[in-house]
Design a protein around this ligand. Structure first.
Ligand SMILES: *[C@@H]1O[C@H](CO)[C@@H](O)[C@H](O)[C@H]1NC(C)=O
Length: 506
């Protein structure tokens, strides 16, 4: 299977080429809207259909709904120090129930919207609540990190984040989009994190033909020097938004004039979310592509073009235990029940176990080759660049030993799954000789059965379900799996170093 999602992260010490961060050069923002609507999972549609039915339900029943709904959105379970930072969104009062609300189903409409999705997003925003949104522009895994950053910036700025769908830029642009809630368990996120979260499809009707104008901040032009336009994304187009961008001031870039780091800190971005610095930086406006309107950044729905590079203190932050966007947001983004179930079935399948039986403790390896060969300038040959299988096997043994020592569980080599984009069958024969199972989506017809998104999503879910994980250093895909295994299972993790001969010797 071709692995084209996620990307390599460069280290600041490495020699860098322009664009060496491998994020594909972005295209100027899209100027024509796609044909109407995007697929929405049917479970949501059916919920909306219930409205008519609910409108005849008595107020007594409604009251019990209201109780139910407030139970779904509890106050933050976070520690009091976190609570200081995460102030108002957590303490938002449950919505009051009025007679007018009879037409809504409180359990299905989160408290941060007025009701079912509307033709214009503005008609569904509460006047006592502020919101924040942003777009995607990379492979899926990095887009997941971008949404984590967006949601955390919502925490920092006391705003309700609104996430859109995932776009198929790296799995073939003609694949359909997949909604956030088809991948991540949104109700569970809200309940366990205490952080408010909306999906765009809960705010604006995906079928709406109405084009909404919106003013946003363009931070892309302030943090890099090659593209003289806001970061390109197909998301505004999917959402039928006509964006007018205001160029952010140069001070949002953390390291002035340094081209190899595009970080803006959450707190420098937050300065633009509040009146004092916002007002000082208005005026540098690019008219919107469709209606040609010039708008200041919206105060009700705050918006930034691209937040992949947002950080708390430094780049590549997901490697670090302190990373607040992981601690307060990312770790609560669990897979949907459906994804978890399929991932478990796949693991059992490759081990030759009954698919619907219990999943035994296992270890996953993620070996990223493919495009990583472009980062082999320190190696004489490609063979020298990537860690050979015996070197990876040493890491697997370290993980086995640690799990045995800390948990008293022995995981044999036959309960190890390899996930990799390597296409050389001789290499896979060596993998099999080590006793490891192969996650092979071609053989399992994953795309045919579940769609184009599932190979990549299932690999991530499978990696995150193991008690041990051996990843590829500097792969952002491995970085998130490493954190999930650590924080979800108290598991054992190692990253295999590469890039020159003997890189992982230790
Ligand atoms: C806010 O919205 C409510 C209804 O949702 C309305 O009754 C109230 O007048 C509005 N307040 C303002 C200041 O517009």
């Amino acid at each position: 299977m071709k692995e084209t999602y996620g990307h390599i992260r460069t280290q600041s010490s490495a020699p860098l080429l322009p664009y060496a961060d491998t994020t594909p050069p972005s295209t100027p923002f899209v100027t024509s809207f796609r044909s109407k609507g995007y697929p929405v999972p049917s479970r949501r549609k059916s919920a909306f259909v219930l409205c008519a039915f609910v409108s005849v339900i008595s107020l007594g029943v409604l009251a019990s709904f209201a109780i139910h709904s407030s139970r779904s959105f509890p106050v933050s379970p976070l520690s009091s120090s976190a609570q200081d930072v995460l102030d108002s969104p957590f303490n938002m009062p449950p919505p009051e129930t009025h007679e007018d609300d009879v037409a809504t189903l409180p359990d299905e409409y989160p408290p941060w919207v007025l009701g079912p999705p509307t033709q214009s997003f503005r008609d569904n925003l509460r006047n006592d609540t502020k919101y924040i949104t942003s777009w995607l522009s990379a492979g899926w895994n990095n887009d997941v990190m971008t949404y984590m950053n967006l949601i955390y910036l919502g925490v920092v700025t006391d705003r309700v984040p609104i996430v859109a769908m995932f776009t198929p830029s790296h799995i073939g642009g003609d694949a359909p989009v997949i909604t956030f809630g088809e991948v991540f368990d949104v109700p569970r996120f809200r309940e366990e994190s205490g952080v408010p979260l909306l999906e765009w499809l809960e705010v604006k009707d995906p079928e709406s033909e109405e084009v909404d104008e919106l003013g946003c901040w363009n931070i892309w032009e302030a943090v890099q020097y090659y593209e003289h336009f806001p970061r390109g994304s197909s998301i505004p187009d999917w959402l039928r938004l006509d964006i007018s961008y205001t160029r952010a001031p140069d001070w949002v870039k953390q390291i002035p004039n340094y081209e190899h780091d595009k970080c803006s800190t959450f707190w420098s971005l937050a300065r633009l979310a509040y009146p004092e610095d916002r007002e000082k930086n208005l005026g540098n406006v690019l008219p919107s592509p469709h209606h040609g309107v010039s708008l200041d950044p919206d105060e009700h729905l705050l918006c930034y073009d691209y937040l992949y590079y947002a950080c708390a203190a430094q780049m590549s932050e997901y490697d670090y235990s302190y990373a607040p966007q992981w601690k307060h947001v990312g770790q609560y983004m669990h897979w949907t029940k459906e994804i978890e179930t399929i991932a478990g079935q796949y693991v059992n399948h490759v081990f030759g176990l009954p698919e619907d039986g219990p999943v035994p403790p296992y270890i996953t390896i993620h070996v990223r080759h493919g495009d990583f060969k472009n980062w082999c300038w320190e190696a004489e040959t490609i063979e020298d660049c990537f860690a050979p299988l015996p070197v990876i096997a040493r890491r697997v043994r370290e993980v086995q030993d640690e799990i045995l020592e800390r948990k008293g569980i022995y995981i044999p080599m036959t309960r190890v799954v390899m996930t990799s984009d390597e296409t050389d069958e001789a290499w896979w024969d060596e993998v099999a000789a080590l006793g490891w199972a192969r996650m092979n989506h071609d053989e399992q017809h994953t795309e045919e059965q579940y769609g184009r998104w599932h190979p990549v999503i299932l690999d991530a879910a499978i990696q995150s379900g193991g008690l041990g994980f051996v990843g590829t250093d500097r792969s952002t895909f491995s970085v998130l799996s490493r954190r999930r295994v650590l924080d979800w299972h108290d598991g054992a993790v190692r990253m295999v170093l590469w890039g020159r001969k003997g890189a992982d010797d230790h």
